[in-house]
Design a protein. Structure first.
Length: 321
């Protein structure tokens, strides 16, 4: 099994090299971001508390972290004949895919390497939603989560965070649009670059409403107008995301984002991670096909309800003593 890694060492030396590197450009003169990329990463979103204010690992520490990540899981390897795939041909190792390494101790770069606290309002809303849903989890398809219903996954963005698998994306550019196709759920964002305003607040989408612009050699994408059913770490319809895509070498895009929602977090927060170039291809993501989980869950719930009704009828028919 071949394991390929792209090592992206975010040192001062590499940053200096990036400043002299000239990106390939499209016919309209902007940096060419096109291709297939992956955001697979072993860097945690939040900095572990025991690291305090430490923003970067040393190269020696990073090498040791990678070494530990490569230690195979303590499992009994079998022939694979009892499974529908052969483990030697299919990835059971989370580091099998190409990974862009970083010296950062967390993806979050501000304010302090961790997600800010929820506001009291957000905490109350989350508690109210949980209380309202309790006992109604299997009332119908709409009571199931949007991930289970194959609508959106929550990591494909915006903002785009490593989902753990299906971590590929494809970028396509024209002078007027940029399209980002995600492997997960196979969603596509078509982002206008012509300066048009956001849609009215009454028009909302699962992935929000994105508008792009170029600031020098960096593509900036501003997204608002999410639905109240979209959920990014507690933020819903008031989520505001600003993404920045900067190609720093032949094989790497620096991806940065800032999220803001005063009704959810006490302050905005930002993150940064590398996107590593990959030869692809991206295969179509299948979710609804043969997805019998929801149907079986709902059938089971209806069977329980029917059994309870029949029991109640029998008890009602019994003569009083």
């Amino acid at each position: 099994m071949k394991i390929t890694f792209l090592v992206v060492m975010m040192t001062f030396a590499s940053l200096a090299s990036a400043q002299t590197w000239t990106p390939p450009r499209t016919p309209d003169g902007h940096p060419d971001l096109q291709g297939i990329w992956t955001n697979a990463s072993i860097t945690p979103l939040e900095r572990p508390r025991e690291l305090g204010a430490k923003e970067y690992f040393t190269e020696a520490e990073a090498a040791e972290n990678r070494k530990r990540a490569l230690v195979p899981a303590s499992v009994t390897q079998r022939s694979g004949t009892e499974a529908h795939y052969e483990f030697t041909q299919f990835g059971l190792d989370r580091t099998q895919a190409q990974v862009a390494f970083s010296l950062r101790t967390s993806m979050i770069v501000g304010p302090d390497g961790r997600v800010p606290p929820l506001t009291p309002e957000a905490q109350q809303k989350i508690a109210d939603r949980a209380a309202k849903a309790k006992g109604h989890e299997f009332d119908g398809p709409e009571s199931r989560g949007i991930q289970e219903r194959c609508i959106v996954w929550g990591n494909e963005g915006p903002p785009m965070l490593p989902p753990g698998y299906n971590s590929y994306l494809q970028i396509v550019q024209t002078p007027r649009y940029v399209a980002i196709v995600q492997e997960m759920i196979h969603d596509a964002r078509i982002i206008p670059l012509d300066g048009r305003p956001h849609l009215p607040q009454t028009i909302r989408g699962w992935l929000g409403d994105s508008r792009g612009r170029w600031e020098g050699d960096t593509l900036v994408v501003d997204t608002t107008n999410f639905t109240d059913k979209t959920n990014f770490r507690g933020s819903r319809e008031n989520l505001h995301v600003v993404e920045r895509f900067t190609r720093v070498d032949d094989n790497t895009i620096r991806y940065e984002f800032t999220v803001d929602d005063p009704t959810t977090w006490t302050k905005p927060w930002s993150a940064e991670l590398p996107l590593a170039k990959d030869k692809g291809p991206i295969y179509e993501y299948a979710c609804h096909e043969a997805n019998y989980g929801i149907a079986n869950n709902l059938k089971g719930a209806r069977a329980v309800e029917k059994a309870a009704e029949e029991t109640a009828k029998k008890e009602k028919k019994q003569p009083e003593r």
